[in-house]
Design a protein around this ligand. Structure first.
Ligand SMILES: [Zn+2]
Length: 415
């Protein structure tokens, strides 16, 4: 397939796609045999598909229900709702989230939620590339911890049949919800099998204080470091309450640190995410939406804008988060975190991309497309989305949208 006359990094380009890969990107016209599909993309720009590096997709079903609460009050409410969920609920909830993700240009997401097999099935059916997880969360109860190890082993064995269109990760929910025995067990289990480790880290001031009280004055980052958990295979969400020493630890171990601005703002956890310091220390900084029960949207474009605006404001520095770093955190850095050859419009990369309609007022000025996309446009300018060489949205139409909405509403009624 040839995408011709598309705006790429502000000049005209032609992109040849073969199978699931970008075969060629050229400023000169590319000749293809008459049998190849040629799509004229005049009036459109191309960007890499977004990688949402931390979310709980099916939480979209709880959106807006528990407003104006702190994280710990909010978690109590959410855990009560989650106790009633089943696989069917997660399947349709994930489909609803995928619908919103596709419509806002996401092609890969790093999920951490219950019934991961159902979530994976939902995402793969819609053409998205999910990373789903077994979640260690044992409320510090040794009996439950032992049961979780057996369940993790079982799910891992099942995941071996999942093929290449999805990833399986191991989640250590957080420092405050998992026994030390299981933190060590989960990290070893993941490392022995080459699986990524997904966690929440240093999300609130309370978490930092509690951890220091329980673990000889160690911060959550120092505590995980003392247990040998960190490495380039770790994806840590939030990373909001970090000392200089914590940042050094995360940088030295090349941890992927995920900024989740909406969730941090809405739960009033904080907003001084130290993007620049983490990047300079050697960490891989990514963006995620967290679950829509706290962030209220899985739209990465909105998270890009909010991340940049808040960085500029609290640092009193308009250059605090340049557009190219912002785009990298929403695309190629997320791909790197998951070990995917994706996130860039480049020869040999997975063909994960979105087309942007440049016909509206958002793009009327001669500014760089990325500036207008992030600061002026909303995700409805994204017309077409491709994941792994296959269109998953064409002209803003995602297959089976009506069915997804109907079935999601039905399972919501059941709980
Ligand atoms: Zn989260």
């Amino acid at each position: 397939m040839l995408l011709k006359n598309v705006l790429w990094e502000d000049s005209q380009a032609h992109i040849l796609i073969q199978g699931n890969l970008i075969q060629k990107v050229s400023r000169e016209p590319i000749d293809v045999p008459a049998s190849e599909e040629v799509i004229d993309c005049s009036g459109k720009a191309v960007i890499p598909g977004f990688v949402n590096s931390h979310t709980h997709a099916a939480m979209i079903m709880l959106r807006g229900i528990n407003e104006d609460l702190t994280l710990y009050q909010w978690l109590d409410k959410v855990w009560a709702s989650e106790a009633k969920m089943d696989g069917e609920f997660i399947y349709w909830g994930t489909k609803a989230a995928c619908l919103e993700m596709i419509k806002s240009g996401t092609t890969t997401f790093n999920d951490q939620y219950w019934f991961p097999s159902h979530a994976r099935k939902a995402a793969v059916e819609m053409g998205l590339r999910p990373a789903v997880s077994f979640i260690f969360l044992d409320s510090q109860d040794p009996k439950m911890a032992a049961m979780q190890r057996i369940a993790c082993q079982k799910l891992y064995e099942k995941s071996l049949d999942w093929g290449t269109k999805s990833l399986f990760t191991i989640s250590i929910h957080s420092v405050y919800t998992v026994t030390e025995e299981n933190i060590l067990w989960a990290a070893d289990f993941a490392r022995d099998r080459g699986l990524k480790i997904h966690m929440h880290l240093a999300e609130t001031a309370q978490e930092d204080q509690d951890c220091r009280r329980l673990h000889k004055g160690l911060s959550p980052t120092e505590y995980f470091d003392a247990l040998g958990v960190f490495g380039p295979d770790v994806i840590a969400a939030h990373c909001l309450f970090l000392s200089d020493k914590d940042i050094q630890i995360l940088g030295d171990h090349k941890v992927s640190c995920v900024h989740n601005i909406n969730s941090n703002l809405k739960l009033a956890s904080g907003y001084q995410f130290r993007f620049k310091e983490l990047q300079e220390a050697g960490a891989n900084v990514c963006l995620g939406t967290d679950g829509a029960a706290s962030s209220n949207t899985v739209d990465m474009l909105e998270h890009m804008k909010n991340s940049a605006m808040v960085q500029k404001a609290w640092r009193k520095d308009p250059a605090a988060l340049p557009l190219n770093d912002l785009l990298a955190s929403a695309t190629v850095n997320g791909a790197k975190a998951l070990g995917l050859n994706s996130g860039e419009i480049k020869e040999g990369k997975l063909a994960d991309l979105s087309l942007i309609d440049l016909g509206g007022t958002e793009f009327i000025s001669p500014a760089p497309t990325l500036a207008n996309l992030v600061y002026a446009a909303h995700s409805d300018v994204i017309t077409d989305v491709m994941a792994g060489g296959k269109w998953i949205m064409r002209n803003r139409v995602v297959p089976n949208e009506a069915e997804i909405l109907r079935e999601a509403r039905k399972v919501l009624k059941q709980i």
